[in-house]
Design a protein around this ligand. Sequence first.
Ligand code: THG
Length: 284
Amino acid sequence: MRTKLSSATKEVIIGDGLPTVLIGERINPTGKKEMAETLKVGNLEIICKVALAQVQAGADILDVNINTFGVDEVTMLPQAVQAVMETVDVPLCLDCTNPKALEAALKVYKGKPLINSVSGEEQSLAKILPLVREYGTAVIGLTQDSDGIPGDSERRVAIAQKIVERAEAAGIPREDVIIDCLSLAVGADTRAGLVTIDSIQRIKAELGVNMTLGASNISFGLPDRNLLNSAFLAIIIAAGVTCPIVDTAKVRPIVLAADLVLGHDKRGRRYTEAYRQRQDAGSI
Ligand code: THG
């Protein structure tokens, strides 16, 4: 299973056995006061700065989320996408659930983006899948529905199956559906990680699709979050996640280490090259 995404000038291929593709999460005003304030007045400078920093840190794709109180996504999402496309050359992941804003962004996008996201809810499937089909994009399918995120893997697998079936029925190839099993905080429930890992393994075995995950949700409310996120990332990559959503600068070394151990880095070139770069930068 290979998912191909592109910008105007670059193609990124997501698949089993290939190097893990990193989706940079930092264009997101949640918890970032300055980014939120500048977005409200239509200033995209910070977003472009954050875009460049993430690509320099090794992000393969950038998530673009501008959802915050006081920002009109229908106006601002296409402007943000345009500004990011003029700053970096990686494919983009449009993190927005408003179909009008998505369509406005799809009209200016050059290449094949990833839409983030559709869920198992009828209303979401009905609004998002036609856009995926019409614009020939790929889409992230969240394993949640009107009852929220299921607490067991059986129901998460069932939602993933429903999304894949409905996408195929709408004329969207299976390789253009990337499933997100979602992770809840282990601080609230210590079985939360296991349910996500089990869901990933089952979906890989039963559906064979590419998978993403917002890996940092696991550590909410706990100390030493990067340590937990790193352990979790290595496990979910081994379980079948091929394109996690991450803070690239913080996790690229652990991802490269996991890729080497799992045979996703033939001859270990990516691992040793990143080590050399950190040495040259004086960070080790
Ligand atoms: N799945 C999918 N999409 C997603 C998520 C997911 N998009 C949003 C989110 N989850 C992933 N993106 C982020 C962005 C920021 C943070 C976490 C996940 C974050 N921000 C800091 C905080 O809240 O403490 C604050 C800002 C900072 O300094 O980075 O952690 O699961 N499909």
